[in-house]
Design a binder for this molecule. Sequence first.
Ligand code: CA
Length: 221
Amino acid sequence: MRVLLVEDDVPLSAALTHSLRKANYVVDCVFDGKSALNALAINQNDLIILDLGLPDMDGLDVLKTVRRQQAQLPVLILTARDKTTDKISGLDTGADDYLPKPFDIDELLARLRVLERRIGTASQSVVTVKNVTLDTVHHSLTINGKNLHLPRRELMLLKALMENAGRVLSKHQLENKLYEWGEEVTSNTIEVHVSHLRKKMPDHFIKTIRGVGYCISKSGD
Ligand code: CA
C-alpha cells in the first residue's frame, strides 16, 4: 500500500511517516499542494492523507483536482480546523474520511485499514492462500501453522502477491508497492527478494510468469 502524505507540518509529517513505515506502508511525503498534484501524476499511490491547511493552496482545492483526475482514489483529510463546516465541505468535495487534529496514530492506522478494505486490495486483515496465512495487521505469517518471521520487504512483497492471489503482478507494480520515490532500486531488486522469499515458502508457491511478472495461485496448482 503506497500512501501519499500531504502535510506541511514537518515534525508531524516526520512522525506520521515513521509510524506508517513501521506499519509497512510505503510513504511519499510532500509539504504543499502543488507537489502533491505533481506526485500524483507520477506515482501510483493507493491512498492520500491530505492536510487541509497547506501553505500554497487550500487542501480542498487539491482534493477537487484529485477527484477530477482519479475519482476512485481514497482520500483521508486531516485538519486542525475542527469546525463542522470543514468536515462537511471536505466530505462534500469527495473525501472518504476525516480526522481532526490532534489525533491518535492508532486511530489513523485503523481508519487507513478501513479505506484499504474498501478499495479491495485487502478484503480482510487475514489472508490465507493454501497453507499460508498472513495477518496484515500484526504482520505475522504462518505456514502450516508454524510462525515465520520475514524481513520487511519480503513481507511487503508477500502481502502484495497474496492480496492479489490469482492475478499476475509485474515487476514494476511490485517495485511501486515496495519502494518510495528516490529510493535506489536496481533492475534485479524484485528478483532478489522473490528468490529469498521463495526459499522460505512452500514449493511452487510463487510462480514466475516469464516476461510478465509473478503470481500466487489461489488454490490447486
Ligand atoms: Ca497544515
